[in-house]
Design a protein. Structure first.
Length: 288
């Protein structure tokens, strides 16, 4: 698992942070899964490489992880390290295929017309990661499947709100065009990073959509599986705190410095999540 661990350590992502609350075996398994996600995402996002070449590389990743799922001999180191996790946790190829379909959407799609269109993207790039993760965590109640889907959409919508400028610099607008029209915000304004009261109301509307999914995740997670979902609950707590920071800033996300949580804030959330679940508290740190 050395390659996967190195990729995870270098990423310094919020997802990797959540692994700290897992026992070593599950932490290593999640590092292998995260490394796969990081690798395919990096392929799709490397704009120095022509789109056709990136598409070919993603096809190679798809076929290689198919080998890993079918007891073959994958060529990529990350997939070789992931194969034992796939076998032990019975991770289906269909999920990996969906995830790659999600990152492939970024090769072609720069705009989403409606929430329905956007949520297909959110499902593929975020909810599917949750569906793979809960198989690693282990669960008793099938309602955890819906929990993973809801939480993934909540996290991805939060990411989208935080990264409006970063995405705009790439010519991408993930906020649904139907919502832009509703609040009289033009694509050109976003691409020029023009912050306005109209944009604030647009972003607030998207945040309410995210809050809806946080609330669904909170209500759906069965009590008997809260402890096994501790890493996912930490992710929910981190991104919920990020969303509340965006709200306090009136969604001024078009400046050059993206909103982040500092190290101290993340440590507090880690400790709070650990304490609540260890003490049997039923209320998570998000969606309320």
């Amino acid at each position: 698992m050395e390659e996967s661990k190195n990729i995870t350590r270098k990423s310094a992502s919020n997802l990797a942070l959540a692994f700290i609350l897992l026992p070593k075996e599950k932490r290593d398994a999640m590092s292998a899964l995260y490394a796969f996600c990081r690798e395919v995402d990096d392929v799709a996002d490397d704009e120095a490489v022509p789109v056709a070449e990136r598409r070919t590389k993603l096809s190679a990743w798809r076929e290689d992880v198919r080998l890993a799922c079918n007891n073959g001999k994958p060529q990529f180191v990350v997939n070789r390290e992931l194969q034992s996790v796939i076998q032990q946790c019975k991770l289906p190829f269909a999920y990996f295929d969906d995830l790659i379909r999600g990152v492939e959407m970024d090769l072609d799609i720069k705009r989403y017309e409606t929430y329905e269109d956007l949520e297909q993207y959110c499902y593929r790039v975020a909810s599917v990661v949750g569906l793979l993760s809960i198989e690693i965590f282990g669960y008793k109640n099938q309602a955890c499947v819906d929990y993973a889907i809801y939480l993934g959409k909540a996290l991805q919508l939060t990411n989208i709100l935080r990264d409006v400028r970063t995405d705009g610099e790439r010519g991408r607008i993930y906020l649904p065009l139907s919502e832009l029209k509703k609040f009289n915000v033009s694509e050109a304004e976003i691409l020029r990073f023009e912050y306005s009261p109209r944009f604030t109301e647009l972003a607030r509307s998207v945040s309410m959509r995210a809050i809806h999914f946080y609330e669904l995740a909170r209500k759906t997670l069965p009590a008997e599986d809260r402890r096994s979902m501790i890493a996912a609950e930490l992710m929910g707590s981190v991104y919920w705190r990020l969303l509340t920071k965006l709200q306090r800033k009136n969604f001024d996300v078009l400046g050059p410095n993206p909103t982040r949580l500092n190290k101290a804030q993340k440590i507090v959330l880690i400790l709070r999540t650990w304490y609540r679940l260890s003490s049997g508290a039923a209320v998570p740190n998000y969606g309320t």
